[in-house]
Design a protein around this ligand. Structure first.
Ligand code: PA5
Length: 441
């Protein structure tokens, strides 16, 4: 197993006995998930990554990605939430700089400045669209698709624009599916039993990653290996141990979990992680608040707070021993910067000692700490991580008593926005929303 959990720095907050207690409870939650008898049991498709992305699907995704790469310079991924965060996480973590520059994102906000800059950057460029929405009706990507479709048609004409549009959506329902059918667009499906934030190992995440040159077979293999470990009754699955630590701390009143990492390439993975846990556990007035810190960058902003502010957060370090890149501090005859003692030493080693120093300082400042450690970062490890966090989240949320697979509260802002915008069907609600707003003015 490539992901290990170090929990020595939970001491003195969490004892071995407490962890055993939580592990026993989580084993039951795991059985509930595997047996499909818990809340949200209709959304367990993610449990079997090899079934989600069998060989034929991987081939079709690889073929489509290659065709797009041969035809265009840029792929614009249009989606929001679970329909873009996983792809962005994978591409940022693993793609080469040239390939990263070939994937742009749209529809993850409604900003005029963001989208006008994007449209301007695509002017006279060869680009294609991957429009991703399970429901097919989400406002943000729908607006972006309209904008981008108009530009694409203007540049290449209606027929060619259809060839350059790939849709990833529900197998049967929704506006995108009906458009795909009507216009004969290339399409992939998000299985009905997989929710948005658990969909990274479906075409939602895999097609953009394949376009960015990532070995998606290795990603799926990593996830499949984790799935086997989870199902093996003799295996002390690391996700159970991680879930036990989080739940033990939560039960003691710690309200915030911070995922702290030392590689900027993992920043979007942390965004994906935040959505996964935030939308899955944050309901019924329960749940840890997931936050993240990019080290050592954030040590020079939030570091002071973590070290010495109100004690309410614990840190989960995501540490990678080998990112596969070597760089050394150069020799110099001029030691005015006082760095000669570091000359010839690798940045990886310096980063590691920064990590160890940070852990000790924060622990001594009263922060409970655990570390998820990965030996080597590659496509297989990425797949393992995706599955590892998904399974921890599902098991942890089940233990919490919430439905980890729905997100009813996300509708709150949408209903108000539709009412304020006068969407057909929301006319009467518009008046009510405006008068409720008045109360706060
Ligand atoms: O996790 C989820 O289900 C959500 O975050 C969705 O992914 C997000 O709201 C986008 O939905 P859709 O794919 O239907 O456009």
């Amino acid at each position: 197993m490539a992901i290990t959990l170090e929990r020595g720095m939970l001491h003195p907050n969490v004892s071995a006995g407490v962890l055993d207690h939580w592990t026993d409870r989580l084993k039951l939650a795991k059985q509930t998930i595997l047996a499909g008898t818990g809340r949200g049991a209709d959304f367990l498709g993610w449990l079997d990554p090899d079934k989600l992305a069998p060989k034929e699907t991987l081939k079709a995704l690889g073929d489509t990605a290659k065709k797009l790469r041969d035809t265009v310079d840029i792929l614009v991924v249009v989606g929001i939430g679970g329909s873009y965060l996983g792809a962005k996480a994978g591409i940022e973590a693993l793609a080469t700089p040239e390939n990263k520059a070939r994937v742009l994102f749209a529809g993850q906000n409604i900003s005029a400045s963001y989208h006008s800059e994007l449209l301007a950057s695509l002017k006279n460029k060869r680009f294609a669209l991957n429009v991703i929405s399970k429901s097919g009706t989400t406002t943000e990507p729908a607006i972006a698709y309209r904008l981008l479709r108009a530009l694409l048609i203007e540049q290449v004409g209606e027929e060619k624009a259809k060839e350059l549009t790939v849709v990833t959506t529900d197998p049967e329902n929704g506006a995108l599916r009906s458009r795909a059918k009507q216009e004969g667009l290339t399409s992939f499906t998000i299985p009905g039993n997989v929710g948005g934030r658990f969909s990274v190992l479906t075409p939602v995440g895999l097609l953009p990653m394949a376009f960015a040159g990532i070995d998606i077979e290795a990603v799926v293999k990593g996830a499949t290996d984790q799935a086997e470990a989870l199902r093996n009754p003799d295996n002390q699955a690391t996700c159970l141990a991680y879930a036990a630590c989080r739940n033990a701390l939560y039960s003691q009143g710690w309200g915030v979990e911070t995922l702290a990492f030392f590689e900027p390439r993992l920043a979007s993975l942390a965004e994906w992680w935040k959505q996964l846990f935030g939308e899955s556990e944050g309901k019924d007035k329960c749940g840890l608040l997931p936050t993240s810190l990019l080290m050592t960058t954030d040590l020079h902003s939030l570091g002071q707070y973590v070290q010495d502010g109100k004690r309410q957060l614990f840190e989960t370090f995501l540490w990678v021993d080998d990112m596969g890149v070597e760089l050394q501090v150069p020799q110099s005859s001029d030691d005015r910067d006082g760095l000669s003692y570091l000359a010839g030493r690798s940045l990886a080693e310096i980063n590691k000692q920064a990590w160890r120093g940070t852990q000790l300082a924060h622990r001594e400042g009263g922060v409970p700490i655990m570390t998820l450690r990965i030996e080597k970062f590659n496509a297989h490890a990425l797949g393992e991580l995706f599955y590892f966090f998904e399974s921890t989240c599902a098991i942890s949320g089940t233990l919490l008593g919430v439905n980890p697979f729905d997100q009813p509260a996300v509708e709150g802002y949408k209903r108000n926005m539709f009412a304020l915008l006068g969407k057909p069907g929301f006319e009467e609600e518009g008046e009510r929303v405006r008068s409720r707003l008045e109360k706060y003015s």
